[in-house]
Design a protein around this ligand. Structure first.
Ligand SMILES: Cc1ncc(COP(=O)(O)O)c(C=O)c1O
Length: 391
């Protein structure tokens, strides 16, 4: 048999999904495992959204959607949402494509701007899928390592240090998975400054936009002066509306880029699911207080977990500003993050994601999801306290 693709073979499997699968398999085999490795809200999709999908199915939205890039009511709902929440104006007819999940929107963005050998910067610790996606799109992934000691702060100098004549794009996750940081005005200014002087496209992943704590505001990069022409915004339904399984996201940005991204969407996945688009219209145009309720609940869980974990000798965790992950360190331990995650799973039945999965600057950390019922989090902390001495 001839050799398989070198490019695709070089891509690692997602560690997050692998740990999650292992935890689920252990649970299925009867082990009492607390699964904190995934990123799936424990809330049900709100009933009015599910009802809209069922009605759409009954009304025949079970064929290809028209247009394939998104039904007009959804394209308009997205444009209105972006104007309302993000202060970003887009033309719903030309500047947005609906995708099966935000993940595919990220890939379309990279594929639309990168040529072979172009470098794409990403902030590290990074969500596991960015470097493989950059490679698959033909680019070279280049980390901008953000130091844990400085609370993973983004500065113009850190960004500038990685710029070369080949640098084409910068990927920003705001709020960040896994660090829980929310970009400040000062950090946004640094991104704008460097993106403008180095003529970069910015891919702004705002999938956790609605999950910001303590009254913080989410800042959209495309809304900053002169940034709309170089910013591609990725968002979707998964995290804000507890709709991970519906697979619905979007890519929005400058018309010429969206033109080719839309072409790529049509030649690969064709479209997102039709009735899911109807559900998304109900979500975006319907009551938004459900998001605030979920966000309040994540914040309460964060408060509980941060306090309880910091009371355990050998565990250190910062309070997070957004998203639904904690990223503790284990200062007395000489284990690396893979060993730490393995010990936690074997000795305490807690599944967390090893920090190294998020790049070198995630080493020493383990990521715990707090999109998990409070009763499970309470059990996790009690178990952590028992094994902390062995870590
Ligand atoms: C940072 C980040 N971006 C994008 C996604 C993709 O979400 P989806 O494809 O479910 O919309 C995730 C999911 O975990 C994520 O954590």
């Amino acid at each position: 048999m001839k050799e398989l693709s070198q490019l695709v073979s070089s891509i690692p499997a997602s560690v997050t999904l692998a740990v999650n699968d292992k935890a689920k398999a252990l649970q299925a085999a009867g082990h009492d495992v607390i699964a904190l490795a995934g990123g799936d809200p424990d809330f049900a999709t709100p009933a009015h959204i599910t009802a809209a999908a069922l009605a759409a199915i009954e009304n025949g939205a079970t064929h290809y959607p028209a247009p394939m890039k998104g039904i007009p009511s959804l394209l308009e709902a997205i444009a209105e949402k972006m104007a309302r929440d993000n202060n970003v104006r887009i033309n719903p007819k030309t500047d947005v494509v609906v995708t099966p999940g935000g993940k595919w929107a990220l890939f379309l963005a990279l594929a639309a701007v990168l040529n072979p050998g172009d470098e794409a910067l990403y902030l590290e610790p990074v969500w596991v899928s960015y470097p493989p996606m950059i490679k698959l799109a033909g680019g070279k992934p280049v980390p901008v390592s953000l130091p844990s000691e400085d609370n993973f702060r983004i500065t113009a100098d850190l960004l500038r240090a990685q710029i070369t004549p080949q640098t084409k794009a910068l990927m920003v996750t705001n709020p960040s998975n896994p660090t829980g940081r929310v970009v400040t005005q000062e950090e946004l200014d640094a991104i704008v400054e460097v993106a403008t002087e180095a003529d970069l496209y910015v891919i702004s992943d705002e999938i956790y936009e609605k999950l910001v704590f303590d009254g913080r505001s989410h800042l959209s990069i495309a809304a900053a002066p002169d940034m709309a022409e170089r910013t591609l915004t990725v968002n979707g339904m998964s995290k804000a509306y507890a709709m991970t399984g519906w697979r619905l996201g979007w890519l929005a940005g400058p018309t010429p880029i969206l033109k080719i991204a839309t072409r790529m969407n049509s030649q690969t996945v064709s479209s997102a699911a039709n009735f899911t688009m109807h559900a998304a219209v109900a979500a975006l145009n319907g009551p938004q207080d459900i998001i605030a309720e979920m966000c309040d609940s994540y914040q309460a869980r964060r408060d509980f977990m941060v306090k309880a974990m910091n009371e355990i000798d050998g565990v250190e965790v910062r309070s997070v500003e957004g998203a639904f992950y904690l990223f503790p360190r284990f200062p007395h331990s000489d284990k690396n993050s893979l060993e730490l995650a393995e010990t936690l799973l074997d000795k305490a039945g807690i599944a967390g994601t090893p920090g190294i999965a998020f790049g070198q600057s995630g080493e020493g950390h383990v990521r715990f999801s707090i999109a998990t019922a409070m009763s499970e989090l309470e059990r996790a902390v009690a178990r952590l306290a028992k094994v902390a001495g062995e870590l």
